[in-house]
Every structure is written in C-alpha cells, then in structure tokens.
Design a protein around this ligand. Structure first.
Ligand SMILES: Cc1cc2nc3c(=O)[nH]c(=O)nc-3n(C[C@H](O)[C@H](O)[C@H](O)COP(=O)(O)O)c2cc1C
Length: 371
C-alpha cells in the first residue's frame, strides 16, 4: 500500500493516514462564533471523506478580537458543549480533529475601528495597512493566558489536540518577525526574545493540559521579503519547538493566495514548487527535528504527494482548497481514482455566503441544502 494511506502518529495521536485537512475558516459560524447546522454538516462531510486529521478553521481566543466574520470561537466555556457534539461526530466517523487557535491582529480589514487590535509594535501590516496597538507586558500576559485557557477548553471539548497559529502574519508570526517586531524589551530584538511570546503560549498551555495532549504549531517557512523572518530563523524556531514539547509542525508560507504565481522563485536557498509550494522548506525541517512535519500548500496530485512522501521525511500532507472542492478527495484517491483534484487553486472560495468552491458547481447546491 502507498505510504500516504498508512497509519501514523503525531505525539500520542494515531492517524489512519497521512492526509490532513488544513485549517480553513468557513465563514459559517454565528456572529459570536457558535456552531451552526452548516458547520456541523461541513465537518461531517470531511470526516466521511477519508482524511486522517481535520484541523478546524481558526478560532478566536478572546471575544473582542477576530480577524474575520463567521469564525469559530473558543474564548469562553459556553463553547465546550457544542464542540463535544462536533468532536463526537468526527470520532464516530473514524477521523480525528484538532482545533486551530489564533489571535489575528493587523492582517485584517474586518470591523476596523470597532476594537483594539494588538500588535508587537506600531508597524502597519504590509497587505492591509492596518496599524495595531503595541502591546504592554500586561496585554502580552493576557493573550498568553487566553491561548492557554482556550487550549484547556479544547481538551475539555474532546478535541484530539490544538494547532497554535504562528503563521500567515497573524500576531504570533508578527512577534517572530524582525520586520513587525521592533520592541526593545524582552519580547523583541534577538530571535530568542522574539520567540518568547510563542514559547510562553506553549508553556502556559502545557501547564493546563499536561504533557500528553497534542500541541501543534503552524509556522511560516520564510516571510518571502527582505527584512522579514528568514528560513534560517524558522529552522531555529522549529528546533526550539521540539525542545519545549511541541508534537508537530505545519510548515506554510504567508502567501498562499499568491504562491501559485511565485512558483519557480527562490527565497533563502529554496524554491517554491508547483506541487506542494513550500515542501522544500518542510523537507529541510523534517531532517532537523524528530517531531512530525506537515507540509501545506498547493498539493493537488496524489502521484506528486507520494513522491514527496518517498523522497523526504515529511510525514503528513495538509490540504485546504482541494477539500473545499472535494471533501471526499482522500477516499476517491484511495479507491483508485487517482485523477487530480478538481481544485484550480483560484482562491475564489471566500464568499460572503460562506467559504466553498464556486468552480465545482455541485458544491454550491450541497452547501445551500445544509441549512
Ligand atoms: C477559504 C480559506 C480559509 C482559510 N482559513 C485558514 C485558517 O483559518 N487558518 C489557517 O492557518 N489557514 C487558513 N487558510 C490557509 C490554508 O490552511 C492553507 O494554508 C492554504 O490555503 C494553502 O493550502 P491549499 O493550497 O491546500 O489551499 C485558509 C485558506 C482558504 C482558501
């Protein structure tokens, strides 16, 4: 049997295969971040579609901050009961589920002016031009504790782990970045200082959930611009993550909408690939550390995925847009229909009525029927 369909382990979590549904904001939760019939329907489809591990869309950890509409929430205990129903639904269908936790920050244009948005320093986000409030030490501690409490709630809800969102120019990524983090205290300057915020989040979370609850971290391989976080620094961060007990690393970029146009370009000594945009970076990290590395971005062809699995130490393969167009893609490939994903990597899947594939016309009808 092809390696990608064999069982594997992330910490104490056993997965039936190497396929992961990458965190995907669905824009289908209520205004307060609560579950809807549509969302339960999406996760039921995914669990039945054969993927070994599902990562939820990003969930906000404090009520006053969220970078997008329709996100799931994890900012108080009122969520626990409805997520128990969600995790049961997934487990009954022989899949596993991890919640992604995030503090968005300035990479947003959503509801600006209505809330305070935290940032490490007064540096506007390059894409949105949104400026945040440079955090005080008390505010840093508040967010560290909020991540830890959300991690505990995830455990109490039956999730198989959490994924801390440290990528895509969100708050943790900005602390890691020498471009966004201009602080002169113990949270800025050297890489050791820039990592402190993330390390404290992991350590505080561990205190609340114990050693065996899986904690994964999603990171940006490199920031792909001069003066940003480099791949060399990300390698150091990954080794530190292993050292402090992180169970798995998801290696992404901060450019997924644009990556397809950047294929063939090289940054920090490695080149963006047509299949698996960032996998050269993930492959290097998978040699550096002894915890599982998951690659994400631009994986649409089973033969190419198998080739990466055979030629690198990358353990798992995460898909976002391909599973929006075909939630049962893994079952389809496993059953012998190995034609490419229907996903055209066009990124038109973000709509006001929820995020779904608009190219696969059948999906629109199915989503509409869900509630
Ligand atoms: C509609 C949509 C929503 C997304 N939401 C999230 C999210 O909540 N958290 C996250 O880390 N990445 C998110 N991403 C990025 C994906 O997880 C993934 O890293 C990226 O789409 C590249 O993978 P793909 O080529 O398989 O789509 C989202 C992507 C899309 C298209």
């Amino acid at each position: 049997m092809s390696k990608v369909f064999t069982q594997t382990q992330i910490g104490n979590l056993t997965l039936k295969n190497r396929f992961v549904r990458s965190a995907t904001w669905e824009n289908m939760a209520t205004e307060e971040g609560h579950m809807t019939d549509k969302l339960y329907g999406i996760y039921k489809e995914l669990a039945e579609g054969g993927v070994g591990l599902i990562v939820t869309g990003y969930a906000n950890i404090v009520p006053e901050e969220k970078p997008n509409a329709g996100m799931m929430g994890m900012y108080d205990d009122s969520f626990i009961e409805e997520y128990q129903a969600l995790t049961d639904l997934v487990h009954q269908r022989d899949s596993k589920i991890v919640m992604q936790l995030a503090y968005g920050g300035t990479k947003t244009t959503y509801n600006l002016g209505e809330r305070v948005i935290f940032a490490p320093s007064n540096v506007p986000e390059k894409g949105t031009n949104t400026q945040g409030k440079a955090m005080t030490l008390d505010e840093i501690d508040y967010i560290v504790q909020a991540f830890a409490k959300a991690t505990l709630r995830a455990k109490q809800s039956g999730f198989d782990g959490v994924e801390i969102h440290g990528a895509h120019t969100y708050l943790i990524n900005q602390f890691l970045s020498p471009y966004y983090n201009q602080r002169t205290d113990q949270y800025g300057g050297s890489l050791e200082n820039r990592m402190r915020f993330l390390i404290e989040i992991i350590e505080q979370s561990r205190k609340l959930v114990g050693e065996s609850f899986p904690i994964l971290v999603k990171l940006t391989a490199t920031e792909f611009f001069e003066g940003g976080l480099t791949f060399y620094e990300t390698r150091v961060i990954c080794k530190k993550m292993e050292q402090i007990g992180v169970d798995g690393l998801i290696i992404s970029g901060n450019i997924h909408g644009k990556a397809i146009d950047m294929v063939g370009q090289s940054f920090d000594g490695h080149t963006l690939q047509q299949e698996g945009f960032f996998h050269q970076y993930g492959a290097v990290i998978s040699q550096d550390v002894n915890i599982p590395v998951i690659t994400v971005g631009g994986l649409t062809d089973i033969a190419a995925i198998e080739q990466i699995a055979e030629s690198t130490n990358i353990q798992c393969f995460a898909l976002s847009r391909p599973l929006l167009s075909e939630p049962d893609l893994v079952n389809r490939w496993q059953s012998g229909d190995r034609s490419e994903s229907l996903c055209e990597t066009c990124s038109k899947c973000r709509t006001k009525r929820g995020n779904f594939c608009i190219v696969n016309k059948e999906r629109k009808r199915i989503i509409a029927q869900m509630g």
